[in-house]
Ligand binder design. Structure first.
Ligand code: SAH
Length: 268
């Protein structure tokens, strides 16, 4: 029989369910002169995925648009609330920090941020004033004049032979970095298993009892000769040490071993 898994402690909870979403109401994504309405829709979707909702469109070629709605999927609300304005100057009039996304380096060097630095800077300032993340046209990007309206430029590192991303992909990356930066400090994923797994992890004691049980069974089925072990148990320890085995998985393995033992006994 496979033993029932232990109950989770009462205070164990799904991280995702209790995590409060960051507040990005002060951050606007500004799209300048977008040609393809599909890119507007896909940008709206990318924004909502990353918790942003303020979209400002500077003279879009075609908007409102059914194509944009189609590409926005469940982010139609972002499109519906989008503000359409006549110039970049108007879009950023109430912003204290303006960061322009550009794939190319321009003739006049400007303070240049990586997407991670852009996220940190934006986050540091959202409490104080509005922040604008500005993206350019699909064909020609942002003009020099528009780039000069920005405090900083952000460049997404990419293949030097082809570094120009699709507009919505660029929006996604910049917003993703912002979202990530707003999350509580992570320990490079090292703690992910403990926090996000649906089962408790097996304790050291559970695992020791499993190794003992496994060794007994391997001896009983003549697979393992303790007189000539050839590092078998060490190798098995190393194998299971590479995975973080949980209580349920441990119970399944122990259940298998118990069944093997019972069958051996029944067959006499
Ligand atoms: N051909 C244009 C790029 C247009 S891509 C040019 O050479 O400038 C549309 C927009 O997506 C760009 O204006 C910029 O805002 C953003 N974008 C695309 N690739 C990017 C990158 N590698 N880094 C930063 N922004 C980028």
């Amino acid at each position: 029989m496979i033993a029932e898994p232990q109950q989770r402690p009462a205070d164990w909870c799904d991280n995702a369910a209790v995590m409060t979403e960051p507040d990005f109401r002060n951050v606007a994504v500004v799209l300048v002169n977008t040609s393809h309405p599909g890119n507007i829709g896909a940008s709206a979707r990318a924004m909502k995925n990353m918790g942003l909702s303020r979209l400002v469109l500077v003279q879009p070629k075609e908007f409102p648009s059914g194509v944009a709605v189609g590409r926005a999927a469940s982010a139609v609300d972002v499109l519906e609330q989008a503000q359409v304005v006549k110039s970049l100057g108007e879009a950023i009039a109430d912003c204290g920090l303006v960061i322009g996304a550009s794939a190319r380096s321009r003739s006049i060097p400007w303070p240049l941020l990586t997407p991670e630095q852009c996220a940190r800077r934006a986050l540091a300032e959202t409490g104080r004033h509005r922040v604008a993340l500005v993206f350019g046209r699909e064909d020609t990007g942002l003009s020099n004049e528009e780039l000069q309206l920005c405090h900083y430029h952000v460049r997404i590192p990419a293949n030097s032979g082809y570094s120009s991303l699709n507009l919505a992909a660029a929006v996604l990356i910049v917003c993703y970095e912002l979202y990530k930066a707003a999350m509580p400090e992570d320990d490079d994923g090292a703690g992910t298993v403990e926090r996000e797994w649906d089962q408790e992890l097996a304790t050291g004691e559970d695992v020791e009892r499993f190794y003992e049980h496994l060794e007994r069974v391997l001896v009983a089925v003549d697979f393992h000769d303790p007189g000539n072990p050839r590092h078998l148990m060490q190798r098995i320890r190393r194998l299971f040490g590479r995975i973080r085995i949980d209580v349920m998985e441990m119970n399944i393995l122990r259940g298998m071993l118990t069944h093997i033992e019972k069958n051996l006994k029944d067959r006499g």
